[in-house]
Design a protein around this ligand. Structure first.
Ligand SMILES: [Zn+2]
Ligand SMILES: [Zn+2]
Length: 392
């Protein structure tokens, strides 16, 4: 028995892909086990298939042409022949016989509805501490007239006459193997196995209607710009009375006039007169909580603290920072970030004669009338550190 795939297929060494395919088809038609079940023919069919496997693959064919043994180099070895699908592909040009193989029986009209996404603008305080909002949502709701069934009141779907309620029909292809039956979804009923002769007038048979409804949404404390809050089952209702998809609420945080957020930390800047920075002071710092509307009739003791008594040490430098632990944004996972307060020292710009006299006297006492310009390391202000962080 020859091991030469060209000889097995009966083609010349310079045969092109088309000739090889034609030769294989002709032989397979004669030798296929379904046509010719005797053992000797089956052996020849295997050889033909293996030869075709080598010659139909440009890589394997080239390897054989370079002097390789067609059947012993890991391709086309015993038991590694063509699958039925491969053979069908060779004959019908790819997947023809296998199409629709997954469909079995009528499919349900009910399908899950789509997810929906809406955007919600919130303030920084609402994102930080949570908020409850009423949202108006345009969505698909179950049709009340037909309760999602899609049928006019008092009517029912009737079995499809084309497929006799099966939802699929057999398509017969003739081939050398005899007839090949393939099941395809029924076009008349779109695979449902039934048709609605009298569709519901409210929803045209879809089982749902578009509507605007109001939804009360609780946004948890700690969400950030871009966070998506998932509301299970609040998306569009599915067709045919199917379950609803989910609604995602995407949070957009409006910029705040005095606070910025970095992760769970809040940053703010306060300005201090030069004298206060030099002498030290106490000041009342408004917190982000001050933006919250106090709950009505609540116990004053349980209301959130809205200010912080900040102790400014004598000699506080412009650009210095004070970190107030635990006064940042609550984390979704618990805990809370910090509040970082940057100090900006204001130099007086308009001095009356008396003030100027006092400042000149102070300068004289401090020996600062003719200060030397000194090169210094830059201040480690928030912006300076950010710049460093970005520059790596
Ligand atoms: Zn309806
Ligand atoms: Zn049908």
């Amino acid at each position: 028995m020859t091991q030469d795939p060209y000889e097995i297929l009966g083609v010349s060494r310079d045969a092109d892909a088309d000739e090889i395919k034609k030769a294989y088809r002709r032989l397979a038609r004669q030798l296929h086990p379904d046509v010719n079940p005797d053992p000797e023919t089956q052996e020849r069919f295997k050889d033909v298939s293996r030869a075709y496997e080598v010659l139909s693959d440009p890589g394997k064919r080239a390897a054989y042409d370079r002097g390789g043994d067609a059947f012993s180099q890991g391709f086309g070895g015993a038991g590694q022949g063509f699958s039925f699908t491969d053979i069908m592909d060779a004959f019908f040009g790819g997947g023809g016989a296998a199409a629709g193989a997954g469909a079995r029986g009528p499919r349900s009209r009910a399908r899950r509805g789509q997810d929906a996404l809406i955007r919600l603008d919130v303030t920084l305080a609402e994102a930080a501490f949570g908020v409850t909002r009423d949202l108006k949502v345009d969505t698909a709701l179950r049709c009340e007239a037909c309760e999602g069934e899609g049928t006019a009141p008092g009517t029912k779907p009737v079995p499809c006459e084309t497929c006799h309620g099966q939802g699929e029909v057999a398509v017969v292809q003739r081939s050398f193997l005899g007839e090949i039956r393939t099941l395809r979804p029924c076009a008349a009923c779109r695979g449902y196995g039934s048709v609605i002769p009298d569709p519901c007038r409210e929803c045209s048979g879809d089982g749902r209607v578009r509507s605007r409804r109001t939804l009360t949404v609780k946004i948890p404390a700690g969400v950030d710009h871009g966070t998506r809050v998932q509301l299970t089952g609040q998306g569009e209702v599915g067709p045919g009375g199917g379950p609803a998809g989910d609604l995602y609420v995407e949070i957009h945080v409006e910029p705040h006039k005095t606070f910025t957020r970095h992760g769970n930390d809040l940053h703010t800047t306060i300005s201090l007169p030069m004298t206060a920075a030099a002498l030290g002071t106490h000041l009342t710092l408004p917190l982000l909580e001050a933006d919250l509307e106090p709950p009505k009739d609540s116990d004053p003791d349980s209301r959130p603290v809205t200010t912080y008594d900040l102790d400014v040490r004598p000699g506080t430098q412009s650009g210095s920072e004070q970190v107030i632990r635990g006064f940042g944004v609550p984390s979704l996972r618990g805990g809370r970030g910090d509040l970082v307060v940057s100090i900006s020292v204001d130099t007086p710009t308009r001095l009356d004669p008396r003030q100027e006299e006092l400042l000149r006297e102070l300068a004289a006492i401090r020996g600062e009338e003719q200060p030397d310009g000194q090169n210094e390391a830059p201040h480690k202000s928030m912006f300076g550190r950010l710049r460093e962080a970005f520059q790596g």
